[in-house]
Design a protein around this ligand. Structure first.
Ligand SMILES: [Zn+2]
Length: 134
């Protein structure tokens, strides 16, 4: 491949280089997500959607970072630092994958909502629900 091949452009698109192992990982994810769909999505569009999601998430986290922070994520307990109330909420699993907040005595407070948005927590929940179903 020559340099000019790399420079080839489609109107409205830019070419970026990605580490090969990352692309393989994304292709795997795309395969899992789109397995049952009849129409194939272009890899570039799929990656674009992923990036847009994480940009949106970063923007939200930036906005709320000063109020809520993920303090620690452990297999049985998630700690969320609440700078507004100056406390650390302890969220524990109840009834399978539901999270229960000790300071609000609730399953649907801001801390639980925030915890759900954390990728580390989503992975934890995913692993837990897999274990429950097997
Ligand atoms: Zn709470």
């Amino acid at each position: 491949m020559t340099a000019s091949d790399n420079e080839k452009r489609t109107e409205g698109w830019r070419t970026v280089e990605l580490p090969e192992n990352l692309v393989v990982e994304v292709e795997q994810l795309m395969k899992e997500k789109h397995e049952k769909r009849p129409v194939q999505v272009a890899l570039g569009l799929f990656i674009g959607d992923l990036i847009r999601d994480s940009l949106k998430r970063a923007e939200v986290q930036e906005k709320y970072f000063s109020i809520l922070e993920d303090y620690a994520v452990e297999p049985e307990c998630i700690y969320i630092r609440d700078n507004n109330r100056d406390v650390i909420a302890e969220l524990r699993f109840k009834d399978g994958t539901d999270l229960y907040c000790n300071i609000d005595g609730a399953k649907n407070c801001v801390h639980v909502g925030f915890a759900w948005s954390l990728p580390a927590v989503q992975k934890l929940l995913w692993d837990k629900s897999k274990n429950l179903n097997s």
